[in-house]
Design a protein around this ligand. Structure first.
Ligand code: CDP
Length: 221
């Protein structure tokens, strides 16, 4: 049976996870957050006191790493070597670390293999940076979400405040986003890019509901 795959890509803070989760929920599909997998690799490096930019060190942990995705109450949980690390992977340090390890082709290929397998076996709404352009080139619908850097920084700051992370300024968040945007879109292998057949939605002035509605209407077509 052919599976339905929806790809949602875009830079940090564009609203991918919120939107993808809502759409998956509405359509009874599985939401897959691929960024969480890159974050798990970064966490393992940091737990070993390795610099996430040190390719040899990162490759050394890749050999026997186990990354599994499970769903509990519709929420995705990432298991790193059998341990649920959902909370630990959401810190600013791991955000930058994920972007660093994501440059390494071997890391990407390993995670892409897991992502394709899940998409093969389930109807998924998958969010990331390279889903439409590389992971699922035959996805039924490809969306590229964008928003201004300031708007994305504001959204991320709000999200951190909701998680009681208050010791970070707007400027810090904005710098983190600018650094990752650059890292993600300039890497050689599977960079952050809008697939040719993706539909771009600039969400700067849009509410979550408006974006969800717009995507659902595109699915209808
Ligand atoms: O939630 P946010 O957009 O801030 O980040 P994320 O989706 O959790 O991804 C964290 C980092 O993982 C990104 O900055 C990318 O460098 C990397 N990533 C990637 O390279 N490819 C993906 N498909 C997903 C994430």
């Amino acid at each position: 049976m052919d599976r339905i795959n929806i790809a949602i890509d875009g830079p940090a803070g564009a609203g991918k996870s919120t939107i993808a989760r809502r759409i998956a929920d509405k359509l009874g599909m599985l939401y897959i957050d691929t960024g969480a997998m890159y974050r798990a690799v970064a966490l393992k490096a940091v737990n070993n006191s390795f610099d996430t930019r040190d390719k040899d060190k990162v490759l050394s942990i890749l050999k026997d790493i186990s990354i599994n995705i499970i769903h509990m109450n519709k929420e995705q949980h990432v298991l790193l070597d059998g341990k649920d690390v959902n909370m630990e992977i959401r810190t600013p340090e791991i955000s930058i670390g994920a972007s660093n390890v994501a440059v390494i082709p071997e890391v990407r290929l390993k995670l892409v293999q897991i992502q394709r397998k899940i998409a093969n076996n389930n109807d998924v709404v998958m969010d990331g940076r390279d889903i439409g352009s590389f992971v699922l080139p035959n996805a039924n619908l490809k969306i590229f979400l964008s928003a201004s850097v300031d708007e994305r920084s504001n959204r991320r700051l709000k999200e951190l405040h909701e998680k009681n992370v208050n010791d970070i300024s707007f400027e810090d968040v904005k710098n983190d986003i600018i650094t990752r945007d650059k890292n993600d879109s300039t890497r050689n292998f599977a960079p952050l890019i809008k697939a040719e057949d993706a539909i771009e939605i600039d969400t700067t002035e849009m509410t979550i509901d408006e974006v969800v509605k717009k995507i659902i209407s595109l699915i209808g077509k």
